[in-house]
Ligand binder design. Sequence first.
Ligand SMILES: Cc1ncc(C[n+]2csc(CCOP(=O)(O)OP(=O)(O)O)c2C)c(N)n1
Ligand SMILES: [Mg+2]
Length: 356
Amino acid sequence: MTNGVRAVDHEYGEHDPILPAPVDPALDQAPIAQETRLAMYQLQEEIRQVEKELHRLFLEGLVQGTSHLYLGMEATATAFGTALRPDDYTFATYRGHGHTLARGVPMKGVFGEMLGRSSGILGGKGGSMHLTSVEHGMLGSYAIIGAHLTIANGAAWSAKYRGTDQVAVAFFGDGTTNIGAFHEALNFAVVYDLPVIFVCENNLYMEYTAIGDITAVPNPAADRAAAYGLERIIVDGNDADAVYLEASRAIEKARAGGGPSLIESLTYRHGGHSRADPGKYRPQEEIDAWMERDPIATYHQRLLRLGVDEGTLTGISTDVARRVEEAVEHAKASPRPSLEASHTNVYADGGARWRN
Ligand SMILES: Cc1ncc(C[n+]2csc(CCOP(=O)(O)OP(=O)(O)O)c2C)c(N)n1
Ligand SMILES: [Mg+2]
């Protein structure tokens, strides 16, 4: 693939553009039902439109604090969200709005949370980097790099201990592969044969640093897999079908007692690391090439080739836009959390509700 990450062979801060691989034409024939594909188109549109709207609300001053958008990376969370069962577990990073929506968490609850309203999924007390919904199996968004990989092991271990065939999926970035918790979690998961899937969303950058500048191997996750006796898996993270096939394979393996998988999903963010970052450290040619290989545009073209008419796809986008607007209005009309609410969900009130 042309978009592997190089090891350091240049001055820090400059690098040649890393270009995306072309779409694999064989994926048109992948054994994925048409209704699953339409559902994945819709989910990618939902994530895209919610993220764009959140950006707009931030500029209006209605979303406070920073947040890390998932624009351009929608295919990975979409494909996993579609392949998972409702009782499975997801662990995401601070870039977790898409992963939350992909578990079926309603938009109203997400917008409410992002606007700090009592209608939010955490009553407006968590905000962007903490989106969690236990009832949807969304066991949290984590801002501490790598920490949630070990927690995902715990959830997977619990499923194994209880004899259910649930699986846990932990999403993380390329930069996270250079922190100790990544290696500890992989080793532990293999030793205890846990039903956990580690998904490295390699968007080529950790904050403002090109991953190749600070990593010993070209593919930060896949090239480490052998160290833990795992298969080397790299997938086109800008193609929902490609991710769906690998996700389904890993989930099936984990459910059947086959243990963990490590998947490196190659993708790219449309914007900077967080709201404050214009992303100027990336070569323009690289940005242009990845925008061209945008996951939704890629999927739109596939669906047209497979005989879906343009009107159906426009209808899906229009319906999503209407639901986004309704959810935003709902959030804006919702009250801020009460002062008393600051005393709930802390240890002082028992703090044990999450255990159930
Ligand atoms: C333990 C820890 N160290 C450092 C940071 C600061 N930090 C926040 S985001 C980030 C970059 C992570 O990059 P990557 O894993 O590639 O994820 P991406 O943002 O690209 O999705 C860092 C180093 C942190 N949050 N936690
Ligand atoms: Mg990254």
